[in-house]
Design a protein around this ligand. Sequence first.
Ligand code: ADP
Length: 396
Amino acid sequence: MSILVINTGSSSLKFCLFNDQASAVILDGEIDWHGRGQPAELTVRITGQPERKTTTDASDSASAVTLAIQTASDSLPEGQSIQAVGHRVVHGGTRFLESTRIDPAFEAELDHLTELAPLHNPPALKAIKAAENELPKIPQVAVFDTSFFANLPRSAAVYPVPWVWHENYGIRRFGFHGISHSYCTGRAAEILERPADSLRLVICHLGNGCSAAAVKNGVAIDTTMGFTPLDGLMMGTRSGEVDPGILLYLMKEKGLSADQIDEALNHRSGLLGISGTSSDYRRVESAAGAGDDRARLALEIYAARVRSAIGSLAATLGGLDALIFAAGVGENSATLRSAATKGLEFLGVQIDPLKNNNHPVDAAISTAESRSKVLVIHTREELMIAREVAKLIARA
Ligand code: ADP
């Protein structure tokens, strides 16, 4: 008996098999189909065994799901089977405010939300259908990145635009990366040995996509991501916040189309756009280290935007008990953490360089005197999804 978690991206699918209490990982892996014409790669890590890599012919999320289910089932001892499947779904809109059991009505409604999340929801929907084909009698659950932000205060959720946009077009701040922010909230409370409902947290999830959130007493009250995951911090290929007047200027005066601007802001901006080298933080760091001026500028903008978000979110919280760094860059880059917190002493943030450089995992990197704690947390979105599935199944 076990729970399989499926996390579908646009060019990869991650999967993770948990025991039925969602307390231990049995196996995890991913399937990457990097580009057309290239063979996909399957990576499998079984707890206690060396990682295995093989090529496969899975070329989309549906065939990747079939392969993930086969791989997970094969790893289970004779007589055991997958008991439930959890899917990460990026956008729940205002319809899905919490994790939901999947049925045909759900799928139709999720299909309607495609307009809001054209890049993210369609591969998830495809994966859900494929998993239902493979495991028709097994309960499936959708866990949303937007749920954690479902109750943002109106002052954070509503944009100062004509009211009809809000009313007629549903324009509002949704917020994303909620599964990670929610996990980090719980984990921070454990590490600090204080109840989550006594804490003011700023959480910086810095991966390929980046967002920061303000969490007060366990509840999200603001975030940098908005109506789409394009808003807020600088990211790998996404711009984050820019003056909307730039888009109007480019359309009216330079003749750029909506599609051209969409492609540029989503795929050719951020670290890649500024450095001209890569969207990958490590590569930009190496280029900057080798003296590349644009790479250096990219890192400066990246850190400046994280710092400014921390200041703004701490102001919204009315103070800061802990600052959290998570995801690829947040967990691994000591230089980013140091640069992004430079000048934040006025907020009571003081990093201990030794702790910061010592590859911290689920640990504090602040000095003993620091009024606000600074934590590095290894975020575990798959675990959070498995817990949600276990909770829903138990309730049913
Ligand atoms: P995703 O958002 O796709 O889940 P990750 O959370 O894995 O992405 O983050 C990927 C980012 O983390 C990349 O920019 C990568 O360069 C960065 N990263 C990973 N390891 C390190 C490291 N040791 N130092 C700096 N950046 C790192």
